[in-house]
Design a protein around this ligand. Structure first.
Ligand SMILES: NC(=O)c1ccc[n+]([C@@H]2O[C@H](COP(=O)([O-])OP(=O)(O)OC[C@H]3O[C@@H](n4cnc5c(N)ncnc54)[C@H](OP(=O)(O)O)[C@@H]3O)[C@@H](O)[C@H]2O)c1
Length: 295
């Protein structure tokens, strides 16, 4: 059996089209234009690419975007003053602070200064807490993208044995929380594995849905999964360079071997990656609707 490939590229395109229509309607019916402000400190090339592609996606969808690029030596007070201005600006519904911030800045202090209503990344403790109690305003982008991949690929989540490998605050913990809620697109039995787990294979072999966010190339091998499992590979590992100097990427799952046993699997690249930006756009639209009393 060779697995169905769950294409994040295709599913992100579907969501993009849906959002485009929704944004056009918000403008037409309510004269509402969602706005996203990005904040980038320093000249880290990867961060510049990430912010650039977020701004480009905003433009393509009709979301107003404001880019704030600050020099690397920007002080914490100046950054906090900018966040305060953006918190108060009615044109801005979402604020995105690109990480990592330079070492002289307390990233936690900056992220926690964002008004939780504009926290479209979903990292503020208020939003983490709301997710935990099942009343989220926003779901964090990567885990929300994973849930959408499962739903839109027709994977049965309710009642499934879900095993998550990794317990980070940005992927492992939130996806475990999302899928255990007593809600549509969730209601699973969730196990979370980490480096303290005694026998990881024991757990991964039980999984109907296996979500791997460990940051370890090919950590999950074919002997660790059961026939018919659905695999979501979140890992992005740079394992070398092509002759042209392009990074060679691989996931946390041994894709070629595991796809022979799995029912469905995401590739790397082209799986979870493309979902993250589009879910950020969806959160920005939701933030605008919440601010306008339309959600
Ligand atoms: N595509 C996307 O949009 C996207 C978004 C975010 C992250 N990622 C990728 O996803 C991966 C994980 O990211 P992250 O930020 O969640 O990573 P992280 O903060 O480094 O957390 C990794 C987690 O995996 C666990 N772990 C590591 N090796 C393990 C092993 N051999 N067995 C069991 N557990 C293990 C760690 O356990 P301990 O807690 O015990 O240390 C930790 O909880 C990375 O490759 C990252 O680049 C992709």
């Amino acid at each position: 059996m060779s697995a169905q490939i769950i294409s994040g590229t295709e599913i992100a395109k579907q969501i993009r089209e849906e959002l485009k229509q929704e944004i056009a309607q918000l403008k037409e019916k309510h004269n509402l234009v969602p706005g996203l402000a990005s904040v980038l400190v320093g000249e880290d090339p990867a961060s510049q690419v990430y912010v650039g592609s977020k701004v480009k996606t905003c433009d393509a969808l009709g979301i107003y975007s404001e880019r704030n690029d600050l020099p690397a030596d920007t002080g914490e007070e100046k950054l906090l003053a900018l966040i305060d201005r953006l918190n108060k600006d009615p044109k801005i519904h979402g604020i995105l602070v690109q990480l990592p911030l330079p070492k002289h800045i307390d990233a936690e202090k900056v992220l926690y200064a964002i008004d939780p209503k504009k926290d479209v990344d979903g990292f503020h403790p208020v939003n983490v807490g709301r997710l935990m109690i099942g009343e989220p305003d926003y779901l964090p982008c990567t885990p929300h993208g994973i849930q959408q991949l499962l739903i839109r690929s027709g994977t049965k989540i309710a009642g499934a044995e879900v095993v998550v490998v990794g317990r980070s605050n940005i992927v492992g913990k939130p996806i475990a929380n999302i899928l255990l809620q007593k809600k549509e697109g969730a209601n699973a039995t969730v196990t979370v594995c980490h480096t303290g787990t005694k026998d990881m294979s024991f757990h991964t072999k039980r999984a109907d849905i296996l979500i791997v966010a460990a940051g370890k190339p090919k950590a999950i091998t074919a002997d660790m999964v059961k026939e018919g499992v659905v695999v979501i590979d979140v890992g992005v590992n740079r394992i070398g360079k092509t002759a042209e100097g392009k990074a060679i990427l691989c996931g946390d799952v041994d894709f070629d071997a595991v796809k022979e046993k799995a029912k469905a699997i995401t590739p790397v690249p082209g799986g979870v990656g493309p979902m993250t930006i589009i879910m950020l756009m969806q959160n920005t639209v939701r933030a605008a609707k919440l601010a306008a009393g339309l959600a």
